[in-house]
Design a protein around this ligand. Structure first.
Ligand code: COA
Length: 278
């Protein structure tokens, strides 16, 4: 049965215990990204980003797929029929929410429950951390239908994989499973499908204990310094910490105090108690 989803229904989300669970919600189309989905995802990210009850965002998929990449019919064929204006508009909608996610105010986790193809590598890379089911399948399938891995996918592959693995992956159009994706560095970790949600929840809970200003400064720093010389990175990190002090001057003092004066925790073994933050 063909399900015609409203734009609003292409993305689903719930917020529970500080975690926003956001789902690609076109399971009948293996969660491929249509212009409707891309527009709705941007609205959902916008709605959740600065909410006080959201500390971590998890991006996952409904059904058997995480995302089967771009929608070949609605994203490619139908927008191309509209000419260059249509093509550029749909590109900017897709790239726009991936970019928003890349620099999101809260830490983000990709929970890859199944198929992850092509354009899906954009949001995969946008998420700060990535966990997958061992039997999830990852592929740069573009070569199989006659294009290069665009929309950032080649950049993602070369950022995260060795040159040899990136080249093999892009040229051969063969899929790798979650275990191989973890070995190659495409994701952090692969676990049995039945424990995926529990593992992601465990990681999210650890993040929820950390100072949120420090989390945002850290995630941005990791992405920014990758493209800098050592000296530029050194300077950027000084400025970034000073900017973080402006937003949260007391957190780090409290962290030092609880270790040095109160002796209530050890930073090498866990986070300070933030209920003491001024
Ligand atoms: N674009 C458009 N439609 C897609 C799609 C995509 N990327 N991926 C899946 N669909 C649609 C199928 O056309 C099918 O639609 P229908 O029910 O109207 O016939 C529906 O989703 C289910 O897909 P199906 O192929 O029957 O599911 P499957 O579980 O047997 O296979 C995949 C899953 C992901 C292996 C397969 O759908 C596939 O190869 N998709 C394309 C992946 C791809 O190359 N993406 C790269 C885009 S950059």
């Amino acid at each position: 049965m063909t399900v015609e989803r409203t734009e609003e229904n292409t993305v689903a989300y719930t917020v529970e215990g500080g975690i926003a669970w956001v789902k690609f919600n076109r399971p009948e189309k293996r969660n491929c990204m249509s212009p409707k989905l891309n527009r709705q995802m941007m609205r959902v990210l916008d709605e959740l980003e600065y909410r006080d009850d959201v500390g971590v965002l998890v991006l996952t998929g409904e059904g058997s797929a995480w995302s089967a990449g771009m929608d070949l019919k609605e994203y490619f064929r139908e927008t191309e029929a509209e000419g260059l204006r249509g093509i550029r508009k749909s590109q900017s909608e897709a790239y726009g929410w991936w970019r928003r996610l890349r620099w999101y105010h809260k830490p983000t986790i990709a929970m890859v429950n199944g198929w992850c193809f092509g354009g899906g590598y954009g949001p995969l890379h946008s998420c700060d951390l990535a966990f997958a089911a061992e039997d999830a399948q990852f592929g740069l399938s573009e070569i199989n239908w006659g294009i290069l891995p665009g929309g950032g996918a080649t950049k993602v592959a070369t950022n995260l994989l060795s040159m040899r693995n990136a080249m093999y992956h892009a040229l051969m159009g063969e899929n790798i499973d979650g275990k191989t994706a973890a070995e190659w560095g495409l994701i952090n970790e692969a676990v049995p499908a039945a424990s995926l949600e529990a593992r992601v929840t465990e990681v999210a809970k650890v993040l929820l204990e950390k100072n949120p200003v420090a989390l945002k400064a850290t995630k941005d720093a990791v992405r920014r310094v990758m493209e800098m010389t050592y000296d530029n990175a050194e300077d950027y990190l000084i400025r970034a910490q000073e900017a973080a002090n402006f937003f949260d001057g007391e957190g780090r003092k409290e962290g030092i105090k609880q270790f040095i004066d109160d002796k209530t925790y050890k930073p090498g073994l866990g986070a300070y108690n933030r209920s003491g933050d001024a």
